[in-house]
Design a binder for this molecule. Sequence first.
Ligand SMILES: [Ca+2]
Ligand SMILES: [Ca+2]
Ligand SMILES: [Ca+2]
Length: 442
Amino acid sequence: MPSKSGVARATGTLVALSLATAVLASAPVNAAQVDAPSAAAVAAVAATADVERPQGKPEPLKTEGAGKSTFSGAAAAQSAAAPITRSAVIARAKTWVDAKVPYSMNNYRDGYRTDCSGLVSMAWNLGTSAWTGNLDTFADRISKNDLRKGDMLLFHNPSNPERGSHVTIFEQWTDASHTSYIGIEQTPPNAVRRVIPYAYFNNASSYIPYRYKNIIEDATPTNAGVYRSDEAKFYVADRSGGLYGWSGFGVPGDKPLTGDWNADGQDTFGVYRPGDSTFHLSNDNGTTAISVMYGSPGDVPLVGDWDGNGTDTIGVYHPADQTFYLSNDNRVAAYSVRMGVEGDTPMTGDWNGDGKDTVGVYRGSDQTFYLTDSQTSAPVNHQVKFGNPGDTPIKGDWNGDGTDKVGVYRDSDFFGAGKDSDQVIYSVRFGVPGDTPLTGQW
Ligand SMILES: [Ca+2]
Ligand SMILES: [Ca+2]
Ligand SMILES: [Ca+2]
């Protein structure tokens, strides 16, 4: 945490966002993380004749009937053909790699045919199993130099589709020479993530790079921060838990909020003043842009992008009747949802990555998060047990894949879980005892 001298060095507003961006962009490419075949093995495969890959035809999601259908749940379709981040595409594809799903044009997993084009259809969340002959209709042609995580390399042989036609998912180049890449593909005997010589082991010149039409860039990962109430100051952390910036906002006793009040993609500060039930929101971390009275004494303040328009707005939770009142215009409630039991801590976040924030609760008595994706009722769509008794629940998109995940704060330690998981994927130590934890995308 900042020493007094560190605080004195900082200006009144946060340091430039580009600093954090530079840090985040420096994650090294590490081809050794995958099972890389030896050069000899690559050459041997390349020298073999075309692999015969029976090609399935376009068809809707398969849930029953002939063939073997399995569901992992991990890659279950949300709203098909919805915008999907590059990281989400890779994460979905990896679920088949991790499960070593056998190559078959007669079997189905997650509703998708378990062949090469079925894997791409699943990873892109198309809601239908395309084949190599029509995957290009879901995508735009790009150049080799434009290839990025989640794009595909497609070869369709119209004269004999079973002869050579294939598709792989591009993840990243192995080095600056761009002669090989880490790809994910469904090929006999099973789905695999490996180093592939560009564009493939054979028929290399026939492959064309494409980008899914509904791909979206990864979100900015969420980082930690704290509010020191007696100083009325926010301190926020960089990716590794170092001080990224600080700013005074609010008055002692205020409750901290963070959100993107002006839809510029950057979270800034706000406070809720319990004494007069007022929200004060700033777009520059120093001056108040929005000031509004909302809710009643005893309410818990909340913020979120309930309608998915990119702007975070306010809401409150009435602990007395466990009801959320959420506003899209910072004036009137657009939604009310009842969820939880007495003693629960309310949560908000985009648990399914559809761009809309919804609600949930953390039950300290069983250290379990109960989260819903609905705005009109409260089915539990996500249930995660995480943390220890006495922890403070937090949430964030710890890995920038576009979905919020749960976490806990404990004595200056922030722990973030994976999606619908109790695995810790983010942890930093920040702040001092007595601080109020917060999270955001600075
Ligand atoms: Ca903003
Ligand atoms: Ca909104
Ligand atoms: Ca959502």
